[in-house]
Design a protein around this ligand. Structure first.
Ligand SMILES: Cc1ncc(COP(=O)(O)O)c(C=O)c1O
Ligand SMILES: N[C@@H](CCSC[C@H](N)C(=O)O)C(=O)O
Length: 391
């Protein structure tokens, strides 16, 4: 018996709650198949599933749910956001060239640097806010363009459509890859803007509770879907059944969480700006790419970064917060604060960070669903204590 299999389409905030699956007992919550293997009907025929590395019914349910939300032909879920990029970079061959940004999540930069140093692939990093510069670097040898927007943590915006269209014109086989972790499919649809592969760290908003690691790969290309599946099945990076089940549960509140997190973040960004800090947030009119971001998304999201002008002051602010968790990652229901140069982006060589204009005093704030007055009150007391030079 199928649950919720009507083909009627609803708004995304409704669709995230409606999950389709087969269950002979009509369970209200999708079944968890915590099994590594599946019995074959007989020795001559295998069933739909044989071994969880190759496929698992609970993983299939979350993949179908995500494909519906993304609005694409195929989604694969894997065991981390980085496992997505690992599968993607295995599509490259020695001699290929990759064009990417100069502000990327530290782990993305680390893996692309590894591929550059060990895989015979040339990876170039350019200021992605300079669309013409990025376009000029795309040649027939460019087999892949890897972008993220807003970037983590400088909140730079990439003109995805313009770059994707150009890349496909120069080389129709060029694979445009877009990391949409900051926006989620509810706020940005990279495949509709020309990306060939849309991936996300589902550890962040898609799950929303910091209780699993997961990644999502989405594409409309059956050929790319097959190639990615080959890697996932070969190396065993498919998301485990319990993690798939938790991701499915977390997804149901995605719309509600994002709405509250974003509205809190907009208020915090304005408040920090009023205190005189240089705030990087695409929801502020002072963001140099405010209009571009607005034109390709449905909202500014719930991550911002700001500079204090002094790394010691930044460290003292972080030391003095009470509600904000001092931790890497973002997209969780809890608010988080961090110093990217020493935490999420410590894997980028300090010299490279400096060449790329990465401010060491930069504080990243990832806003949760708590009461906004409490959040601003907490930042206020932490900043006051830090300015008084108190630990
Ligand atoms: C923008 C972005 N992409 C990808 C990743 C990698 O995701 P994961 O930690 O799930 O491997 C992260 C963080 O880790 C991230 O911030
Ligand atoms: N020690 C980790 C750091 C993970 S950072 C996670 C997240 N993407 C963020 O931006 O905070 C590592 O070496 O990968």
């Amino acid at each position: 018996m199928s649950e919720n299999t009507s083909t009627r389409k609803y708004k995304l905030s409704t669709e995230v709650v409606r999950v389709s699956y087969d269950d002979s007992w009509h369970s209200s919550s999708a079944p968890l198949y915590q099994s590594a293997t599946f019995k074959a009907p007989d020795t001559l025929h295998m069933g739909k599933y044989d071994y969880t590395r190759s496929g698992n019914p609970t993983r299939t349910i979350v993949q179908q749910q995500l494909a519906k939300i993304v609005g694409c032909k195929q989604v694969w879920v894997v065991n981390s956001g980085m496992a997505c990029l690992d599968a993607i970079t295995r599509l490259l061959k020695p001699g290929d060239e990759v064009v990417s940004g100069d502000d990327l999540y530290g782990g993305t930069d680390r893996l692309l640097t590894y591929v550059n140093d060990n895989g015979g692939v040339k990876v170039g990093h350019y200021d992605i806010t300079n669309t013409e510069l990025v376009k000029s670097k795309i040649t027939e040898k460019t087999k892949m363009v890897v972008l993220e927007s807003p970037t983590n943590p400088l909140m730079k915006i990439v003109d995805l459509k313009s770059i994707a269209d150009h890349a496909h014109k120069v080389n129709p086989d060029c694979i445009v890859v877009f990391d949409n972790t900051m926006m989620t499919p509810l706020m940005m649809k990279p495949l509709e803007l020309g990306a060939d592969i849309h991936y996300e760290s589902a550890t962040k908003y898609l799950n929303g509770h910091h209780d699993i690691m997961a990644g999502m790969l989405a594409t409309n290309s059956p050929e790319l879907a097959d190639k990615l599946y080959f890697v996932i099945n070969s190396v065993g990076s498919g998301l485990a059944p319990f993690e798939s089940w938790l991701l499915l549960r977390g997804l149901k509140t995605l719309s509600l969480r994002l709405e509250r997190q974003q509205s809190n973040c907009i208020k915090i960004a304005s408040w920090l700006e009023e205190q005189g800090f240089k705030v990087r947030y695409p929801g502020l009119k002072s963001h140099p790419q405010y209009e571009l971001h607005k034109s390709q998304t449905k909202g500014p999201g719930a991550v911002l970064s700001f500079e204090t002008g002094n790394i010691d002051l930044s460290e003292r602010i972080i030391h003095n917060v009470d509600i904000f968790g001092v931790t890497v990652s973002f997209g969780c229901v809890n608010s988080l604060i961090s110093l990217p140069c020493k935490m999420s982006h410590a894997s980028i060589d300090p010299e490279v960070r400096s060449e790329r204009g990465f401010p060491e005093d930069l504080i990243r704030v990832c806003v949760g669903i708590e009461d906004i007055d409490d959040l601003i009150g907490d930042l206020d007391q932490a900043i006051t204590k830090a300015k008084e030079n108190k630990q």
